[in-house]
Design a protein around this ligand. Structure first.
Ligand code: NAI
Length: 553
């Protein structure tokens, strides 16, 4: 007797609808598990054959993706690789990111995201978030009505005009909202379906982008003036109607729009500008951590600010608020800050000062004796005359903190606090290696981008914005007040207990940091009267109750 013939079923038991649903499941990054679908799931969901036979685990998937990631030729390709992973399997993407935040953060966000925005069109593959373009201005409400967006709690929006220190990237600016929201998930536990990146495509004045045949954005010079304002107004109105409780975070708008839009909308919905207020909170928090080390008070400091744009004046404003809250009068607080911009030290009577800059203008008489060579008072002269204890750069001017400036500062200050904040690395005002050399290792250094130099703090907004959003949303705040930023900055300034090395906790700790920040922000929101329904549960429970972890359901 031979072997019995193998019995192979010839009639399919899978309906066309199940076939379609199986493919849709794998195509949707929110439901796809790749090889981690179990045998039982493959049976039930009709997935056999669409996946290789091996059944893996999330851990084995992380290991496989990590190896493939590291084999990419450079960080830009690693960025593109991670973006593609995010668009095919969100749990795996976030699990990989969270498995090694110090390694992954610079790949999904600064500095690599800069090149990701510049080369966005080259790597564009699948839709993520929403592009609201000027030609579609009458369809905004239709686009937002998508039921797939029902769970949205946090929106990050950019118009792509001032991407990091890289200028106008048009539609490529979408890389920023996508990256920031990946960090909201990693650090503050927002489910990927609760976050929404939006790019307002009003054209670009970057001719290289417009003339690039591969550019995916709207090929038109930027819409400006009243038309631009009407477009933004239509957008904000539609957001407020569709997502009345959501947080709207503004990112990388050019300075002239950033302040205007912040002023216009901060009292209309739960909203903040990360470049102005997030940067200010992070920089001030780091500065508070630094003076904890040096054993001084803020009122003891002489602060020179280089680059008085959105970030710089935001920092200066918050510093003044903290000093006033500490008991100084406003004039004395402003008197601790010297702001230098492209035309040198900001002095009263200068042309074309913004309102924010004018608030820090020095009296011309006070600086007349500084013996400057030209009509403008340079950074070098300012430093030599002020003998600052703190030097902050937010100018986007590479190597502006040169050896002469730094040696002159270090000669007058035992522990100079120096923060070259401009991003990406190619725009940083100084490299940590030079700062260490020119100050004989005495400086407390904070940089905007990661340099990988031991002891140097990364003054990255990721230390505060996820916690601010989490805290505000946890208690149902309707506005984000100045007090909430101040509370976050003060909390950030107390988080490092080591007393040596970097001034902020390690990147590995970003989730506990976000939770600490969220708690103080939530409390301050209640204290400031912007929480209409006072919570009955304790704040620590509220901020922790909905945290999402990247695991398969
Ligand atoms: P912005 O365009 O509003 O401000 C830049 C300012 O620098 C302007 O006032 C401009 O006039 C001034 N400036 C230009 N050339 C100068 C020169 N030669 N000397 C002195 N000042 C000069 O841009 P924003 O948003 O303030 O950002 C500035 C930089 O700060 C960017 O590189 C950005 O990446 C960085 N930044 C860093 C953050 C962080 O580390 N956490 C967060 C936000 C911004």
């Amino acid at each position: 007797m031979g072997q019995p013939a193998l019995l192979i079923r010839r009639i399919s038991s899978i309906s066309p609808a199940l076939h379609a649903a199986a493919r849709a499941l794998l195509a949707d990054p929110l439901t796809n598990k790749g090889t981690a679908f179990t045998e039982a799931e493959r049976d039930r969901l009709g997935l056999h054959g669409l996946l290789p036979p091996h059944v893996g685990t999330l851990d084995s998937q992380i290991a496989r993706r990590r190896r493939a990631l590291e084999r990419q030729p450079d960080d830009f390709h690693r960025y593109a690789f991670l973006r593609e992973l995010q668009d095919s399997n969100e749990v795996l993407f976030h699990a990989l990111v969270q498995s090694d935040l110090p390694r992954m953060l610079p790949l999904v966000y600064t500095p690599t995201v800069g090149e990701g925005c510049e080369r966005f069109s080259e790597i564009w593959r699948r839709p993520r978030g929403l592009f609201l373009s000027w030609p579609n201005r009458n369809r905004i409400a239709d686009i937002l009505a998508d039921p797939a967006l029902d769970r949205v709690k946090v929106i990050v929006v950019s118009d792509g005009e001032r991407i990091l220190g890289l200028g106008d990237q048009g539609a490529g600016g979408m890389g920023i909202p996508i990256g920031k929201l990946a960090l909201y998930t990693a650090c503050a536990g927002f489910h990927p379906a609760e976050v929404l990146p939006i790019l307002l495509d009003v054209g670009t004045d970057n001719a290289a982008r417009r003339d690039d045949p591969l550019y995916v954005g709207w090929r038109n010079p930027r819409i400006r003036g009243d038309d631009y304002d009407a477009f933004v107004e239509a957008f904000v109105t539609a957001v407020a109607e569709r997502f009345p409780k959501a947080l709207l975070q503004w990112e990388d708008f050019a300075g002239h729009n950033a302040y205007r839009l912040l002023d216009r909308y901060r009292d209309r919905l739960l909203s903040f500008n990360d470049d102005i207020q997030g940067t200010a909170t992070t920089a001030v928090g780091t500065l508070l951590a630094a003076i904890r080390r040096t054993g001084e008070t803020l009122a003891d400091q002489r602060i020179v600010l280089f680059g008085a744009g959105a970030a710089g004046t935001g920092i200066a404003d918050l510093l003044v608020r903290v000093m006033i809250a500490d008991g100084q009068d406003e004039a004395a607080a402003r008197g601790r800050i010297w702001a230098v911009d492209r035309d040198g030290l900001i002095v009263q009577g200068m042309n074309a000062l913004t309102t924010q800059q004018a608030a820090f203008a020095r009296d011309a008489g006070d600086v007349a004796s500084w013996g400057n060579a030209g009509p403008h008072i340079s950074l070098a002269t300012t430093v030599a005359s002020v003998r600052p204890t703190v030097l902050i750069g937010a100018s986007g001017q590479h190597d502006a903190f040169d050896e002469q400036v730094i040696r002159s500062m270090a000669a007058a200050t035992p522990q100079p606090i120096i923060f070259p904040l401009s991003n990406p690395v190619s725009r940083a005002e100084a490299s940590p290696a030079d700062l260490i050399a020119w100050t004989e290792g005495r400086a407390l250094i904070g940089t905007g981008s990661p340099f990988g130099v031991a002891g140097v703090t990364q003054v990255n907004n990721v230390y505060v914005f996820p916690g601010i959003g989490l805290g505000a949303l946890a208690v149902g705040a309707t506005r984000i007040t100045d007090g909430m930023f101040m509370a976050a900055a003060r909390e950030l300034g107390t988080l490092d207990e080591s007393g040596a090395g970097p001034l902020l906790p390690p990147i590995d700790d970003l989730r506990p940091v976000a939770i600490r920040i969220a708690e103080v922000v939530a409390r301050e929101a209640i204290a400031d009267g912007v929480v209409p329904e006072l919570p009955t549960e304790p704040i620590p429970d509220l901020v922790r109750q909905d945290l999402w972890d990247a695991t398969y359901a």
